[in-house]
Write a protein that binds this ligand. Sequence first.
Ligand SMILES: Nc1nc2c(ncn2[C@@H]2O[C@H](COP(=O)(O)OP(=O)(O)OP(=O)(O)O)[C@@H](O)[C@H]2O)c(=O)[nH]1
Ligand SMILES: [Mg+2]
Length: 356
Amino acid sequence: MENEKEIERIEEEIRKTKYNKHTQYHIGQLKAKLARLKEETDKKKTVKGKALSLRKSGDATVLLVGFPSVGKSTLLNKITSADSKTGDYDFTTLDVIPGMMEYNSSRIQILDIPGVISGASSGKGRGKEILSFVRNADLILIMIDGLEQLGVIEKELYDSGFRLSQMKPDVIIKKMDKGGIKVSTSVKLTHLDEKMVKIVLKERGYHNAEVLIREDLILDRLIDSTSKNRLYVKHLVVYNKVDLLMDVQRELIPEDFIQISSLKGGGIEDLKKAIWDNLGLMRIYMKKIGKLPDMKEPLIIGEGRRVIDVAKRIHKEFAYKIEYARIWGPSAKFPDQKVGVERVLRDGDIVELHMK
Ligand SMILES: Nc1nc2c(ncn2[C@@H]2O[C@H](COP(=O)(O)OP(=O)(O)OP(=O)(O)O)[C@@H](O)[C@H]2O)c(=O)[nH]1
Ligand SMILES: [Mg+2]
């Protein structure tokens, strides 16, 4: 309770204070303190309210969020197969409606959590509750049926620690035993200086540390870099019910939003493809020596993975046993190319593993 009052007071002060040369360090300190207080309250909540757990199922997990009645359930029914098996959930305090979408031979779990955003407009969002729950979401789909909803949802997710389609701050903080706070940078900082870094780190509980900054940080990202419960996850905005809009209204929708009609079916294939593209998955077809490749059930694995990662996925021990591979398909320079275990694969490759 004490913390909550203090949080409100600081938020108010930050709102009222203009950011300039004279106030910047004070604001920096306030923001860092705010982050600390919020983390403390969140921790208490998690202990009391039982951390929710989600068993991962399928090749990737997508979280669907949006205001009530935007059409989340309608979409889920349309893109997931009714008979597909889904994971088990701890329904302690949240309703989760899971569905499994099959696409490009992969199984993508889509979670609809009604009520997450409903409280946002009243300032009582449940975003924080779901934060621990969805730590392993690979993609967030924000569904809207009006442009004005987006800001509210984004703010709710931001306040809950989500950093949508952002890179993790390129900052390394190493705790030390003594020596105070030492800051080194590999780029010129144009938004803040060493003094600010020290103020923020001290407020976040670092007294002796080596900090290496490798991007032109802004204050909020500096604070993010000192926080453990930030979630850097990709997102897509899906504009639903476009069947109700006139052409002139549709033209106002930003180009990178995916326009669909869950009810009539328009845009659904584009959406599925966008989900696949943003998850960064690849299909690797396995071939046994002397046999034809299995073109029906590829191994689904993240982009940028190597031969050795594929081997490991098939059997833990293969990591030590594998000697080389033969490959066909998009990444092979020629069919039946012999490659080493560090070779990075591409979507659609056929791989034959050779053991020692
Ligand atoms: N015209 C039109 N109506 C739609 C579309 N998608 C959903 N609806 C309608 O919108 C209403 C709400 O849809 P739901 O799928 O239940 O919405 P929801 O987001 O799951 O709502 P909550 O579970 O309450 O959060 C229903 O009457 C749907 O038929 C669409 O693409 N076009
Ligand atoms: Mg629903």
